[in-house]
Design a binder for this molecule. Structure first.
Ligand code: URA
Length: 312
């Protein structure tokens, strides 16, 4: 990578500022003063110092953001404002993307990274990473809704039965929803199928990662080491990120689940409405089909596109 790009990516300064630092002889690679901003360095092995301090290059960036409404969960290059646009310039051009999208009018936790493998793990339905949402609805929530969610909700226009989900009623019009998939507008559609329109939706967690309450809307911060570690340790389904209690609850519904599985497999699963660019879409890489085990960012993107055209 070019030294000026590397330094500006690391937040040392803008490209212009970095050039100045180089001119002043403040940047050394393996003990030698860098003469040209275009000089190439091996970011993993070269010893790079700036102003006599060694710089440790971090290959991947992991950020949690409290997404405000009106911003789309997409990468750079859209006409509408994206979550990447909200990041400081030094995070641009790093190939960052949201791992798990939120609707334009949904607020809350978005994980932004350029680590395709981690994103893949979080998005893969096989990993059953539970996302927690807070929702406000326009009709009174009833305990029958809880049961219905546990059995899975049939999404009519997709001919798809969701996996069992948890609904926790907080008050007449407020609830927490726990889902382990990421179908298009899933929470809204699940609640709507129970006759409740969502009037406000916020994502609070993705697996072990909780939205930092100190982040105002539009604010973001790097993940802590512990948060990253926890995300990297996401286990596969049946040991997954759902609390044991919730998992047991759902497993009790196994019989229902099986019946439902049999039912669903009989239904033709067809291509659905093509979501727009601001869709929420957690997706699965087709490992079995492609044999590719280490997903690249591009693979994640391909998988995302694939899932938008096919239901899993
Ligand atoms: N479910 C929705 O309906 N919208 C979101 O943004 C996320 C989950």
């Amino acid at each position: 990578m070019r030294i000026d790009k590397l330094l500006s990516n690391m937040g040392i300064g803008s490209r212009k500022e970095v050039k100045e630092y180089i001119k002043k002889g403040l940047v050394l690679v393996n003990g030698n003063v860098v003469k040209k901003a275009t000089e190439k360095v091996d970011e993993d092995n070269d010893k790079i110092t700036f102003n006599n301090e060694e710089l440790i290059y971090e290959k991947y960036t992991y950020i949690m953001m409290n997404k405000p409404q009106g911003v789309i969960s997409a990468s750079e290059g859209y006409t509408q404002q994206t979550v990447i646009d909200l990041l400081d310039e030094r995070y641009h051009n790093r190939g960052m993307f949201p791992a798990g999208r939120l609707d334009k009018d949904t607020e809350g936790l978005v994980l932004l990274t350029n680590d395709g493998r981690l994103a893949h793990d979080i998005l893969s339905p096989k990993k059953a990473v539970v996302k927690k949402y807070y929702a406000r609805v326009d009709q009174i929530l009833e305990k029958e809704d809880i049961q219905a969610f546990k059995k899975g909700i049939y999404l009519d226009n997709e001919q798809y039965l969701t996996r069992p989900a948890n609904l926790e009623i907080i008050s007449d019009y407020e609830c927490f929803v726990f889902i382990e998939e990421g179908k298009y507008h899933q929470v809204k559609r699940m609640l709507s199928s129970r006759g409740k329109n969502v009037i406000y939706l916020k994502r609070l967690s993705i697996g072990p990662l909780n939205l930092d309450e100190n982040l105002d809307l539009g604010e973001y911060r790097d993940l802590t080491d512990d948060e990253l570690e926890a995300l990297k340790n996401i286990n596969i389904k049946n040991g997954g990120t759902m609390t044991d209690e919730k998992r047991k609850d759902l497993l009790k519904e196994e019989v229902v689940d099986k019946k439902v599985e049999a039912e669903t497999s009989q239904r033709a699963v067809t291509t659905q409405e093509k979501p727009s660019s601001d869709v929420y879409s957690d997706v699965e890489k087709r490992d079995e089909e492609t044999g590719v085990e280490v997903p690249t960012e591009q693979a994640v993107e391909e998988a995302r596109e694939w899932s938008e055209e096919n239901q899993m």
